[in-house]
Design a protein around this ligand. Structure first.
Ligand code: COA
Length: 241
């Protein structure tokens, strides 16, 4: 696990292919990335890559900055299927989070996700669930959502809500909660309690997220399809989903 370099550009095609295939398999939306875009991130030193000793690609994630570095997103997290469920994503996210903190120490770090795994990892890194209004207003960021299958839902909600859950790490809030002592960040009792409560409630939170997604999708389909019979069959599809 290390920062990606220009020598890693040969993996860009494999990475973007896996991103697209995983999104298709999950039936969820994703902001599409080109191999060239991934390569730019490698050139800029804004990516983390995991490889085996013999050079097999294992995982990847990159950094995007918005509003002149006021906001940073750790995007495009992907782990090659044979290497999943062994802690690779957790390690990659930790590394890319450290890299983001080093490059943009004052930035708010945020992410949008539909996955429980990412919510768990983000929560352990100190992210908190927030409303979309707390994210960057940079048009370029929101343009990334255009290639997502759920873009119509996002726009119908005037960019205030969608199927993804928004999570944010605010360095100012964190510093208040955990002042540095002799250069080390001491976690306050309140911060520790908050983390414990978040961890205990993640399953509940996941159920709430699914409920929110159900309501958003149902309302969207209702608007799109005035036919009540069509609406009923979509509703039964959503219940099973
Ligand atoms: C999501 C993904 C990155 C997870 O990678 P991974 O290496 O398997 O994750 P880890 O092994 O580090 O697991 C991290 C935590 O999430 C949990 N987790 C992993 N996959 C999960 C899943 N599908 N559902 C629920 N929890 C999951 C793990 O149990 C672990 O929690 P724990 O430490 O409390 O046990 C990987 O499945 C993937 O690449 N999926 C396709 C792309 C994607 O969804 N990217 C995220 C876009 S926001």
């Amino acid at each position: 696990m290390r920062e990606a370099t220009p020598d890693d550009k040969k993996y860009a095609e494999t990475i973007t292919q896996e991103m697209a295939e995983s999104a298709k398999a999950r039936g969820t939306g994703i902001a599409k990335r080109s191999p060239e875009y991934i390569q730019t991130k490698m050139d800029e030193g804004k990516a983390v890559i995991a490889l085996t000793d013999d050079g097999t690609w294992v995982g990847f994630c990159y950094i995007e900055a918005w509003e002149h570095g006021k906001y940073v997103a750790n995007s495009g997290l992907i782990v090659s299927p044979p290497f999943r469920k062994s802690g690779v994503a957790r390690e990659i996210k930790r590394k890319v989070f450290e890299l983001s903190r080093k490059k943009y120490p004052d930035a708010k770090i945020f992410g949008l996700t539909t996955g429980l795994a990412v919510m768990k990892i983000n929560s352990d890194l100190g992210y908190e669930p927030v409303t979309y209004s707390e994210l960057t207003t940079d048009e370029e960021f929101w343009k990334g959502c255009r290639s997502c299958v759920n873009y119509d839902i996002l726009m119908s909600k005037e960019r205030k809500n969608c199927l993804c859950t928004a999570m944010l790490f605010d360095p100012v809030e964190k510093a208040k909660a955990a002042p540095a002592v002799n250069g080390h960040t001491a976690h306050s009792a309140e911060d520790r309690r908050h983390r414990r409560v978040m961890a205990e409630n993640l399953t509940l939170f996941d159920r709430w997220v699914h409920f929110k997604q159900f309501v958003l999708l149902k309302n969207w389909w209702r608007k799109e399809n005035d036919n009540p019979e069509k609406g009923k069959s979509i509703l039964s599809f959503l219940i099973f989903w």
